[in-house]
Design a binder for this molecule. Structure first.
Ligand SMILES: *[C@@H]1O[C@H](CO)[C@@H](O)[C@H](O)[C@H]1NC(C)=O
Ligand SMILES: *[C@@H]1O[C@H](CO)[C@@H](O)[C@H](O)[C@H]1NC(C)=O
Ligand SMILES: *[C@@H]1O[C@H](CO)[C@@H](O)[C@H](O)[C@H]1NC(C)=O
Ligand SMILES: *[C@@H]1O[C@H](CO)[C@@H](O)[C@H](O)[C@H]1NC(C)=O
Ligand SMILES: *[C@@H]1O[C@H](CO)[C@@H](O)[C@H](O)[C@H]1NC(C)=O
Ligand SMILES: *[C@@H]1O[C@H](CO)[C@@H](O)[C@H](O)[C@H]1NC(C)=O
Ligand SMILES: *[C@@H]1O[C@H](CO)[C@@H](O)[C@H](O)[C@H]1NC(C)=O
Length: 637
């Protein structure tokens, strides 16, 4: 639309995507749960083991009707006596629902894929996806089922017998060389991390990452997919007990970044004070809490307002929660395997009794726990929503909650420490104290934020909307990788209307401000604003006052004029000194423009944005490496 006069000037060559090729097996992530994705690599683990057959192990979560030794052995073609032995139960035993069951199988090469065969009789209403994802819980996938039975999605019939390939693999030469004897195909569930799963089975996180073609920077795993855990010894039933018994102190939260200690320069962590406790009016729970509160606190203000400061409405929520929070805290033991419950004493020690020297900002302190920095935020409102959500999600691009503590009506939330602080500190060229991000770092950060939001929108159940995306809620770790913080306002996307407007001026989508319409497109709009800030180096508020018009008009102005290229150069953050590929800034501007569409339906989805940005990043990296050897792109002069 408005770029039509500019874009033809910058026709881009085909963007190339470089796949990872060094992995032992590739973790395919959500591709294995997308039936229309039929790449070879999603059909199974490649047959690269030292031996063509081997003993392998699967995990399975007991679900009626597959909740007995007999039914699970039949479903997965395992030997019932071996299965009962490894789980330390009798052959007649049945398991509690959701109990993690170990399943020994014979894994072997079939064509190019490593798999354990089993067979399944199709039932009414079945589809390859339902069979693979729901019945087999992700141990197989629809593409492989279709491929090996030479069937299309539609033509399977109740009563017919299908061959189901289960995802397993044999150790490679390299793995055998370091003592690995078995690979466990672990079924990922909500809240899992590669390190937590590895530790659970006595494996090594580094080897697990390597075995799946993942890296510490990119260790995102999705529910209903398999993760290979290399093991030196067979897994045992003691490793599948969950939750860990409360009296024993749970293992410390795994340290996110070993070099966070080194960066003791003037670093900041910033977790924005903004927990909106107890006002989850848009959820059923919220309504219940609200009415309970209303009876106890007559002086509670009417929440149908646009609060400038959320702290004002946090306080009245406190009392009622004392009892409920205590219950909730106890229930954390059973629901939150990755969240540690700290005693107040531990936090006092970590923060030198909350001394001013440990103060970061607002009610956030820096603490030293087991040799790693953590950000500790004191909150006196209802945080159960945030904790429940953060416990369920597990994503490199969302700040991780590693622990909680409850004392005298106050919650203390312990987060991973983000060494480089908020993005806003780095991009607002008016006040960034000489801090500087280059073009590629900016694109990577935008992609990180998009990836985190994509996860929140499409891979949490139910889908969530962050509702307060802004540059100060994006934190940077020591490698300048971005993590989205402050999920206090995040809400399920299922409740589509609210009269309670929360968020930050300038980032809020028009349909939300005007009609209280909540959808994931709200975050897309705010993300567009953040990208605009990243590219222009200006705070959105400054853009507003300076131009005195809405953002689409700002963009329009910058790019639709005759001398668009010159105006664009002036618009882009001067601190980059013209050192960026102009063609790509135009692509980014187009993306921003589409995100800021007045009509939410016309905005792209986070999925599409992630795809565009990853192509832009690839091209940026190529540009950067060719730029080092000689300036290919002219600098503005
Ligand atoms: C095995 O190890 C060698 C040397 O460390 C490495 O070059 C090779 O890529 C590895 N192979 C696999 C499949 O990981
Ligand atoms: C599924 O895969 C197809 C083909 O690769 C792709 O076009 C589509 O966007 C994917 N869907 C999702 C939800 O990822
Ligand atoms: C797996 O292989 C071993 C040895 O070949 C055999 O004894 C066992 O019965 C096999 N298990 C199954 C479930 O086929
Ligand atoms: C195995 O992979 C090779 C190379 O990718 C291919 O040529 C061959 O057709 C594949 N075999 C089967 C059975 O799919
Ligand atoms: C597993 O099934 C595939 C496809 O039906 C077949 O080619 C292969 O021989 C089977 N493998 C074993 C060990 O039975
Ligand atoms: C996949 O299966 C799991 C249970 O294994 C279920 O909870 C989930 O909703 C399924 N996913 C979809 C997209 O149906
Ligand atoms: C590979 O096969 C040999 C011979 O059967 C066996 O001794 C060895 O343990 C196997 N290695 C693995 C990793 O399964």
């Amino acid at each position: 639309m408005i770029f039509s006069s500019v874009v033809p000037l910058f026709i881009l060559s085909v963007l190339v995507f470089c796949p990872l090729i060094h992995a032992q097996q590739l973790y395919e992530g959500k591709a294995t749960t997308n039936c229309s994705n039929t790449g070879d690599s999603v059909l199974g683990y490649s047959c690269n083991g030292l031996n063509r057959t081997c003993q392998a192990y699967l995990t399975f979560r007991s679900q009626p009707p597959y909740n007995t030794v007999a039914s699970i052995s039949t479903l997965l073609n395992s030997d019932p006596s071996q299965l009962s032995a490894i789980n330390s139960v009798s052959e007649a035993a049945s398991f509690d629902t959701n109990k993690l069951v170990l399943v020994p199988v014979n894994c072997s090469c079939s064509g190019n894929y490593s798999q354990a065969n089993t067979s399944y009789v199709v039932q009414a209403e079945d589809s390859p996806f339902l069979i693979a994802n729901n019945t087999y819980q992700g141990l197989s996938n629809c593409q492989a089922v279709q491929d090996q039975n030479r069937r299309q999605t539609t033509d399977i019939f109740a009563g017919e017998k299908l061959n189901i390939p289960l995802r397993c693999a044999c150790p490679t030469k390299n793995q055998t060389g370091v003592g690995i004897k078995y690979l466990l195909s672990y079924l990922v569930t909500w809240g899992d991390t590669v390190s937590a799963v590895s530790v659970k089975f006595g494996g090594d996180t580094g080897r697990s990452l390597e075995a799946n073609g993942l890296s510490e920077q990119n260790a995102v795993i999705y529910p209903f997919t398999t993760l290979l855990i290399p093991l030196e010894n067979p897994p045992s039933s003691t490793q599948t007990i969950s939750p860990p018994p409360p009296p024993a102190s749970p293992p410390p939260p795994s340290s996110p970044s070993p070099n966070s200690k080194k960066s003791s320069d003037k670093t900041w962590v910033y977790v924005v004070v903004g927990v909106l406790g107890g006002i989850a009016l848009i959820t059923v729970l919220g309504i219940i809490i609200f009415f309970a509160m209303f009876r106890k606190n007559k002086n509670r203000s009417d929440p149908i307002t646009v609060p400038e400061s959320v702290e004002a409405i946090e306080k009245p929520v406190k009392k009622k929660l004392d009892e409920e929070s205590q219950d909730f805290l106890e229930s954390i033991f059973s629901i939150a395997q990755s969240i540690k419950v700290y005693s107040f004493k531990e936090l006092q020690t970590a923060t030198d009794n909350f001394s001013p020297s440990c103060w970061i900002s607002g009610s956030v302190y820096r603490g030293l726990i087991n040799g790693d920095y953590a950000a500790i935020k004191k909150v006196n409102g209802d945080v159960t929503k945030e904790i429940e959500l953060l416990n369920k999600i597990n994503h490199f691009n969302l700040v991780r909650l590693s622990g909680v503590c409850f004392r005298e009506g106050n919650w203390y939330l312990v987060y991973d420490y983000a060494a480089k602080g908020p993005l806003s500190d780095w991009i607002y060229s008016a006040n960034n104290d000489g801090k500087f991000l280059n073009w590629t770092q900016r694109v990577q950060i935008a992609l990180d934020v998009a990836t985190g939001l994509n996860y929140l929108h499409n891979f949490t159940s139910p889908s969530h909307v962050h509702k307060d995306i802004k540059s100060s809620n994006v934190l940077l770790d020591s490698n300048f990788r971005a993590k989205i913080a402050n999920l206090a306002k995040a809400r399920s996307a299922e409740f589509a209307l609210t009269r309670h407007i929360v968020g930050t001026k300038g980032y809020m989508a028009p349909e939300y401000l005007e009609h209280g319409l909540v959808s994931t497109k709200l975050d897309v709009y705010a993300f567009g604003v953040v990208m605009l800030e990243i590219v222009s180096g200006k705070e959105v508020a400054a853009l507003y006052t300076q131009e005195n018009m809405n953002l689409s008009d700002v963009l329009n102005d910058v790019l639709s004029k005759e001398d668009g290229q010159e105006i664009l150069r002036k618009f882009i953050d001067p601190s980059m000194q013209g050192n960026y590929p102009l063609e790509l800034t135009v692509l980014v501007m187009r993306l921003i423009d589409s995100c800021l569409n007045k009509n939410p339906a016309d905005r792209p989805s986070m999925d599409e944005i992630t795809e565009s940005l990853s192509r832009i990043l690839t091209t940026s990296l190529n540009w950067e490496s060719s730029n080092i050897s000689g300036y290919q792109f002219s600098r503005s002069s």
